[in-house]
Design a protein around this ligand. Structure first.
Ligand SMILES: Nc1nc2c(c(=O)[nH]1)N[C@H]1C(S)=C(S)[C@@H](COP(=O)(O)O)O[C@H]1N2
Ligand SMILES: [Mo]
Length: 201
Protein backbone atom coordinates (compact mmCIF):
# COMPACT_ATOMS: atom_id res chain seq x y z
CA UNK A 1 0.00 0.00 0.00
CA UNK A 2 2.74 2.41 1.03
CA UNK A 3 4.70 1.49 -2.08
CA UNK A 4 1.75 2.06 -4.41
CA UNK A 5 0.86 5.42 -2.95
CA UNK A 6 4.51 6.56 -3.10
CA UNK A 7 4.65 5.66 -6.80
CA UNK A 8 1.37 7.39 -7.48
CA UNK A 9 2.51 10.61 -5.82
CA UNK A 10 5.75 10.54 -7.79
CA UNK A 11 3.98 10.19 -11.09
CA UNK A 12 1.54 12.96 -10.30
CA UNK A 13 4.35 15.32 -9.38
CA UNK A 14 6.03 14.70 -12.77
CA UNK A 15 2.80 15.38 -14.64
CA UNK A 16 2.20 18.61 -12.78
CA UNK A 17 5.68 19.95 -13.47
CA UNK A 18 5.79 18.97 -17.16
CA UNK A 19 2.49 20.77 -17.71
CA UNK A 20 4.12 23.91 -16.27
CA UNK A 21 7.39 23.75 -18.20
CA UNK A 22 7.26 24.93 -21.83
CA UNK A 23 8.86 22.81 -24.59
CA UNK A 24 12.68 22.77 -24.61
CA UNK A 25 12.97 24.23 -21.08
CA UNK A 26 14.39 22.70 -17.88
CA UNK A 27 13.69 23.73 -14.29
CA UNK A 28 16.42 25.39 -12.20
CA UNK A 29 16.36 26.08 -8.47
CA UNK A 30 19.01 28.81 -8.44
CA UNK A 31 18.36 32.23 -10.00
CA UNK A 32 20.74 32.79 -12.94
CA UNK A 33 21.86 36.36 -13.71
CA UNK A 34 21.88 37.40 -17.36
CA UNK A 35 22.63 40.86 -18.71
CA UNK A 36 24.03 42.34 -21.91
CA UNK A 37 26.10 44.91 -20.00
CA UNK A 38 27.18 46.08 -16.55
CA UNK A 39 24.69 46.69 -13.74
CA UNK A 40 23.70 50.37 -13.90
CA UNK A 41 23.42 52.32 -10.65
CA UNK A 42 20.87 55.09 -10.26
CA UNK A 43 20.18 57.24 -7.21
CA UNK A 44 16.56 57.01 -6.07
CA UNK A 45 16.64 60.82 -5.65
CA UNK A 46 16.71 61.24 -9.42
CA UNK A 47 14.93 58.01 -10.44
CA UNK A 48 11.65 58.43 -12.30
CA UNK A 49 9.26 56.13 -14.16
CA UNK A 50 7.66 57.55 -17.32
CA UNK A 51 4.90 56.69 -19.75
CA UNK A 52 5.62 58.58 -22.99
CA UNK A 53 5.16 58.39 -26.77
CA UNK A 54 1.71 58.30 -28.37
CA UNK A 55 -0.15 59.60 -25.36
CA UNK A 56 -2.18 62.76 -24.79
CA UNK A 57 -0.64 63.53 -21.42
CA UNK A 58 2.70 61.83 -20.64
CA UNK A 59 3.00 60.52 -17.09
CA UNK A 60 5.92 60.48 -14.69
CA UNK A 61 6.41 59.30 -11.12
CA UNK A 62 9.25 59.99 -8.73
CA UNK A 63 10.43 57.08 -6.57
CA UNK A 64 8.27 58.32 -3.71
CA UNK A 65 5.21 58.69 -5.94
CA UNK A 66 5.80 55.31 -7.54
CA UNK A 67 6.06 53.60 -4.15
CA UNK A 68 2.77 55.21 -3.09
CA UNK A 69 0.90 53.45 -5.94
CA UNK A 70 -1.23 50.39 -5.12
CA UNK A 71 0.89 47.22 -5.15
CA UNK A 72 0.28 43.55 -5.86
CA UNK A 73 2.18 40.43 -4.81
CA UNK A 74 2.14 37.56 -7.26
CA UNK A 75 3.68 34.16 -7.81
CA UNK A 76 4.67 33.19 -11.35
CA UNK A 77 6.86 30.82 -13.36
CA UNK A 78 9.58 32.47 -15.48
CA UNK A 79 11.16 31.12 -18.67
CA UNK A 80 14.46 32.28 -20.16
CA UNK A 81 15.17 31.74 -23.85
CA UNK A 82 18.52 30.17 -22.84
CA UNK A 83 16.28 27.26 -21.66
CA UNK A 84 16.03 27.61 -17.89
CA UNK A 85 12.68 27.96 -16.19
CA UNK A 86 12.14 28.85 -12.54
CA UNK A 87 8.84 27.92 -10.90
CA UNK A 88 6.86 29.78 -8.22
CA UNK A 89 8.87 33.00 -8.13
CA UNK A 90 7.32 35.65 -5.88
CA UNK A 91 7.29 39.36 -6.69
CA UNK A 92 5.77 42.61 -5.42
CA UNK A 93 5.20 45.71 -7.50
CA UNK A 94 2.79 47.87 -9.43
CA UNK A 95 0.59 46.42 -12.17
CA UNK A 96 1.12 48.00 -15.60
CA UNK A 97 -2.68 48.34 -15.64
CA UNK A 98 -2.33 50.74 -12.71
CA UNK A 99 0.38 52.74 -14.52
CA UNK A 100 -1.74 53.01 -17.69
CA UNK A 101 -4.97 53.75 -15.82
CA UNK A 102 -6.71 56.73 -17.45
CA UNK A 103 -4.19 56.92 -20.31
CA UNK A 104 -5.72 57.95 -23.63
CA UNK A 105 -3.78 56.40 -26.50
CA UNK A 106 -4.45 54.79 -29.84
CA UNK A 107 -1.13 52.91 -29.65
CA UNK A 108 -1.03 49.13 -30.09
CA UNK A 109 2.67 48.65 -29.24
CA UNK A 110 5.18 49.61 -26.58
CA UNK A 111 8.91 49.82 -26.11
CA UNK A 112 10.11 49.45 -22.55
CA UNK A 113 13.38 51.27 -21.80
CA UNK A 114 15.98 50.86 -19.08
CA UNK A 115 18.99 52.51 -17.50
CA UNK A 116 22.00 51.35 -19.49
CA UNK A 117 20.14 51.57 -22.81
CA UNK A 118 18.37 48.17 -22.92
CA UNK A 119 15.01 48.15 -24.68
CA UNK A 120 12.41 45.51 -25.48
CA UNK A 121 9.22 45.75 -27.51
CA UNK A 122 5.82 44.29 -26.72
CA UNK A 123 2.30 44.52 -28.10
CA UNK A 124 0.34 46.64 -25.61
CA UNK A 125 -2.00 43.66 -25.14
CA UNK A 126 0.89 41.76 -23.51
CA UNK A 127 1.45 44.55 -20.97
CA UNK A 128 -2.20 45.05 -19.98
CA UNK A 129 -4.96 42.82 -18.59
CA UNK A 130 -3.17 41.69 -15.38
CA UNK A 131 -0.22 40.24 -17.32
CA UNK A 132 2.67 42.60 -16.49
CA UNK A 133 4.09 44.38 -13.45
CA UNK A 134 6.85 46.81 -12.58
CA UNK A 135 8.32 45.04 -9.55
CA UNK A 136 10.65 46.16 -6.77
CA UNK A 137 10.62 43.10 -4.47
CA UNK A 138 11.66 39.52 -5.11
CA UNK A 139 10.83 36.87 -2.51
CA UNK A 140 9.88 39.54 0.03
CA UNK A 141 13.20 41.41 -0.28
CA UNK A 142 14.17 44.55 -2.22
CA UNK A 143 15.08 43.50 -5.76
CA UNK A 144 18.83 42.92 -5.93
CA UNK A 145 20.63 45.24 -8.43
CA UNK A 146 21.88 42.30 -10.51
CA UNK A 147 18.27 41.13 -10.96
CA UNK A 148 17.13 44.61 -12.02
CA UNK A 149 16.79 46.64 -8.83
CA UNK A 150 15.51 49.14 -8.01
CA UNK A 151 12.71 48.01 -10.36
CA UNK A 152 12.29 45.69 -13.31
CA UNK A 153 9.48 44.78 -15.64
CA UNK A 154 7.93 41.35 -15.08
CA UNK A 155 6.04 39.76 -17.97
CA UNK A 156 6.01 36.11 -16.91
CA UNK A 157 3.93 34.78 -19.83
CA UNK A 158 6.69 35.75 -22.33
CA UNK A 159 10.39 34.75 -22.43
CA UNK A 160 12.32 36.54 -19.69
CA UNK A 161 14.24 38.88 -22.03
CA UNK A 162 10.96 40.86 -22.21
CA UNK A 163 11.22 41.46 -18.45
CA UNK A 164 13.53 44.46 -18.70
CA UNK A 165 15.76 45.03 -15.69
CA UNK A 166 16.44 48.58 -14.36
CA UNK A 167 13.33 49.72 -16.20
CA UNK A 168 12.63 53.46 -16.38
CA UNK A 169 9.58 53.75 -18.57
CA UNK A 170 7.23 52.70 -21.33
CA UNK A 171 6.99 54.39 -24.75
CA UNK A 172 3.62 53.87 -26.47
CA UNK A 173 3.87 53.42 -30.24
CA UNK A 174 1.57 53.01 -33.24
CA UNK A 175 4.05 50.70 -34.95
CA UNK A 176 6.06 47.79 -33.68
CA UNK A 177 9.75 48.66 -33.32
CA UNK A 178 12.27 45.94 -32.41
CA UNK A 179 14.13 46.34 -29.11
CA UNK A 180 17.68 45.26 -28.22
CA UNK A 181 17.40 41.47 -28.53
CA UNK A 182 14.61 41.66 -31.09
CA UNK A 183 17.02 43.57 -33.39
CA UNK A 184 19.58 40.80 -32.83
CA UNK A 185 17.58 37.76 -33.87
CA UNK A 186 15.16 37.20 -31.01
CA UNK A 187 11.47 36.79 -31.79
CA UNK A 188 9.25 39.90 -31.78
CA UNK A 189 6.73 38.31 -29.35
CA UNK A 190 8.52 35.49 -27.49
CA UNK A 191 5.75 33.16 -26.32
CA UNK A 192 7.56 30.24 -24.57
CA UNK A 193 4.60 27.86 -25.09
CA UNK A 194 4.99 28.34 -28.87
CA UNK A 195 8.81 28.29 -28.64
CA UNK A 196 9.03 31.71 -30.26
CA UNK A 197 12.76 32.05 -29.57
CA UNK A 198 14.23 33.51 -32.76
CA UNK A 199 13.21 35.19 -36.01
CA UNK A 200 11.16 32.74 -38.03
CA UNK A 201 10.09 30.52 -35.07
N1 LIG B 1 18.13 46.03 -18.78
C1 LIG B 1 18.25 44.72 -19.11
N2 LIG B 1 17.22 43.91 -18.85
C2 LIG B 1 17.30 42.59 -19.16
C3 LIG B 1 18.45 42.07 -19.78
C4 LIG B 1 19.52 42.97 -20.04
O1 LIG B 1 20.59 42.58 -20.59
N3 LIG B 1 19.40 44.28 -19.68
N4 LIG B 1 18.52 40.73 -20.09
C5 LIG B 1 17.24 40.02 -20.25
C6 LIG B 1 17.40 38.60 -20.29
S1 LIG B 1 17.97 37.94 -21.74
C7 LIG B 1 17.02 37.80 -19.25
S2 LIG B 1 17.03 36.10 -19.39
C8 LIG B 1 16.62 38.36 -17.97
C9 LIG B 1 17.52 37.82 -16.88
O2 LIG B 1 17.09 38.30 -15.63
P1 LIG B 1 17.87 37.84 -14.34
O3 LIG B 1 19.30 38.29 -14.51
O4 LIG B 1 17.18 38.48 -13.20
O5 LIG B 1 17.76 36.33 -14.31
O6 LIG B 1 16.67 39.77 -17.95
C10 LIG B 1 16.26 40.39 -19.13
N5 LIG B 1 16.24 41.81 -18.89
MO1 LIG C 1 17.47 35.59 -21.52
Amino acid sequence: MGFISRGFRGKRRDNVSSSRVPPGQHVVTDFPVLAAGPTPRVSLDVWTFSVTGEIDEPKQWTWKEFRALPTETLTADIHCVTKWSKLDTSWTGVSVDTLLDGVESAADFATVFSDGGYTTNLPLDDLTGKKAWVVYEYDGQPLHPEHGGPVRLLVPHLYFWKSAKWVRGITLQNEEQPGFWESNGYHMRGDPWREQRYWGD
